[in-house]
Design a protein around this ligand. Structure first.
Ligand code: SF4
Ligand code: SF4
Length: 306
């Protein structure tokens, strides 16, 4: 059994739904060029952090972990066992359970320590949104899945409702990818069903995306977009919900759902207070949006659903 095989087995035993390995090196020039074009077109909205540190983003390695040679990419499914009532103010599925930063970091630290115990010469660094790292690109290179037209990483047999986390390691590991067996083919359901036409041939236009607008964007939302939110209160899953690769998504095992999300009602939004905010955001990734933004989302929901 190779070192890579042992690591893959350990990662699966700890609960990974998919895992892969890639050697580190510069990001392929066609990918970095497209990324820069996307930034230059302004489609990243106000997410300025996406345009900073490109040297690190396109050449990950020693600056993140001295002596880094490989990256282990882990996918954990978050598809909930139980969904919200269809009439409820909709929260994106990734935010149903415990904050993924906490769960993924704990997972990666355990995996890193177990590898360290078993294999000599291993130093590691866990990454969960903490450094500029093109995780979907590296996941594709490692054969974990492919990037679909909806710009999510699709893991065949698991779906796209996955969180990605990475362990950079000083080990020189046998790579597991890429795999070229899967693609979107002729499908374009995500593009056709996007309520705000945020998915374009030139990439996702975050400025029109309901996920960006309800989570990242501060301040008022243009009326002509807000009126298309329907029952969406926090985030949007439409381009994933319609994807055929998600028809039998693997159900999560590591993200127990929050009752505050599962039982959220229009009444809660009508009486939205600081207490409602605290209840919804406790141990939750929903805290990415601040109280004024959730209040704004609540007002939009009530206007769209009188
Ligand atoms: S999350 Fe919603 S608004 Fe954003 S691209 Fe997907 S379908 Fe469109
Ligand atoms: S809905 Fe179709 S086009 Fe969109 S990501 Fe899924 S397979 Fe690809």
């Amino acid at each position: 059994m190779t070192t890579t095989d042992r690591i893959l087995r350990l990662a699966k035993e700890l609960g990974a739904d998919a895992v892969g390995v890639s050697r580190l090196g510069p990001v392929a020039s066609d990918h970095s060029r497209l990324y820069e074009q996307w930034i230059n077109s302004g489609k990243n909205g106000k997410m300025a952090y996406l345009s900073r540190n490109n040297a690190l983003r396109f050449h990950p390695g020693d600056d993140i972990l001295p002596g880094a040679r490989s990256v282990i990419i882990v996918a954990l499914s978050y598809y909930p066992r139980e969904l919200q009532d269809p009439q409820a103010p909709r929260v994106s599925k990734y935010a149903y359970g415990t904050d993924y930063h906490t769960v993924m970091r704990r997972y990666l630290t355990t995996l890193g320590n177990l590898i360290h115990r078993d294999i000599e010469g291993h130093a590691y660094r866990a990454i969960v949104d903490t450094v500029p790292f093109l995780e979907r690109y590296w996941a594709e290179v490692a054969g974990v899945g492919f990037i679909g037209r909806n710009h999510n990483l699709i893991v065949p047999g698991v779906g796209s409702y996955v969180f990605l986390g990475e362990l950079l390691t000083t080990l020189s590991l046998e790579p597991t990818g890429p795999s070229r067996h899967y693609s979107c083919g002729a499908c374009s359901r995500c593009v056709e069903n996007c309520p705000t036409r945020a998915l374009t041939a030139q990439g996702l236009d975050a400025r029109r995306c309901i996920s960006y607008l309800t989570i990242e964007h501060r301040g008022p939302i243009p009326e002509e977009l807000a009126e298309r939110f329907e029952r969406r209160f926090y985030g949007c899953d439409t381009c994933q919900d319609v994807c055929p690769y998600n028809h039998r998504s693997t159900v999560q095992r590591l993200f127990p759902p929050s009752d505050a999300v599962l039982r959220l009602t229009a009444h809660d939004l009508r009486c939205f207070t600081r207490e409602t905010y605290d209840r919804l955001t406790r141990d939750s990734a929903i805290s990415r949006a601040k109280c004024p933004e959730l209040k704004r989302n609540a007002e939009i929901f009530l206007k769209n659903n009188p």
